[in-house]
Write a protein that binds this ligand. Structure first.
Ligand code: PRT
Ligand code: ZN
Length: 283
């Protein structure tokens, strides 16, 4: 039976549970213990601090885990990154007090940088031939410059609001992160088969997030043009309407192309356009 480690509480917990729920998997017991049996899949769920997940998976205490790529990179444990999960997006950036005359990274030479990600920072400094002092601190990194502990910080940024609140300015975006599914290298055949099944479900969910199901009424005379506007898709579904001059066109469109395609389709007479969210795409 697969054992999955997820964050016990924190930013990734809710979305990890929600993703599993979309895949038909829930924790059997309502009150959270360290470990619970899953319903809907042969799996046990292990609730850990995110810092401990890479090691737990590397050691095989858990077979798979959901954790930020930042933690995977920082801990440097031998795990396989099997899937990017599309949530928990953030970056790790260098930020300096707003008033500092920072123009390029050479400013960092001889400075003190506070961070909870010393390994990722050290790799960045080395790669860029920079010589700065790394001050590892566990939390509240953003206050380090104001209290005189550091000249700059290297910390997670998402909206950038925390930096602004602390009078800091983001100057180098060093590492991009999102939640990823990791696995113990060399899982047994049985576990690999279960992992494949899980990934099949997760892929169908993630793929559907990027797609919209679009229905519209279209003058029959515009059909050829509509099919030209929607290349690359399998042929759209066309249903007759009681008015013979019109038909109903159904098509799945990637979110990124949605509005452009809709404008073009409106331009050739499409009307009553409905855009629906998809739950799964099973290929
Ligand atoms: O208790 P445990 O050790 O499990 O949790 P934790 O406190 O170490 O981590 P947690 O729950 O804060 O974050 C878990 C993971 O979420 C991180 O490892 C990242 O992969 C991801 N993530 C995504 C973030 C953010 N966005 C984020 N904004 N983690 C932290 N932040 C913090 C950041 O440290 C800073 O204080 O939010 C602040 C910045 O946010 P903005 O929006 O103001 O820029
Ligand atoms: Zn943590």
């Amino acid at each position: 039976m697969l054992k999955i480690a997820i964050q016990a509480k924190g930013r990734l917990n809710e979305q990890s549970m929600a993703l599993l729920a979309d895949a038909g998997i829930s924790a059997a017991s309502g009150n959270r213990k360290l470990i619970s049996k899953a319903k809907g899949f042969p799996m046990e769920i292990l609730y850990l601090r995110d810092d401990d997940i890479p090691q737990a998976v590397a050691m095989g205490v858990a077979d798979i885990g959901i954790v930020g790529l930042n933690e995977v990179a920082e801990k440097g444990q031998a795990v396989d990154r099997v899937m990017d999960l599309g949530f928990g997006a953030c970056r790790i950036s260098i930020a300096v007090p707003r008033e500092v005359p920072y123009t390029d990274s050479s400013w960092l030479n001889g400075r003190r940088i506070a961070t909870s990600y010393p390994n990722i920072l050290a790799a960045y400094l080395k790669e860029n031939n920079l010589d700065a002092e790394i001050h590892e601190i566990a939390g509240s990194v953003e206050i380090a410059p104001a209290v005189g502990m550091a000249d700059a910080i290297f910390d997670i940024v998402s909206s950038g609001g925390t930096l602004i609140q602390n009078g800091l300015r983001e100057v180098e975006q060093v590492f991009s992160s999102e939640a990823v599914l990791i696995a113990t290298p060399g899982l047994s055949e049985d576990k690999c088969a279960d992992l494949d099944k899980l990934m099949f479900r997760l892929n169908s969910i993630l793929e559907s997030h990027d797609m919209k199901y679009v229905l519209m009424n279209l003058p029959r005379t515009s059909l050829d043009e509509a099919i030209r506007i929607l290349p690359g898709m399998k042929s759209p579904t066309i249903l007759p309407l009681t008015d013979d001059d019109w038909c109903s066109l159904h098509v799945v469109i990637p979110q990124s192309e949605l509005w452009e395609k809709i404008e073009q389709l409106k331009g050739i007479g499409a009307s009553d356009i409905l855009v629906l969210t998809l739950e799964n795409i099973i290929r």
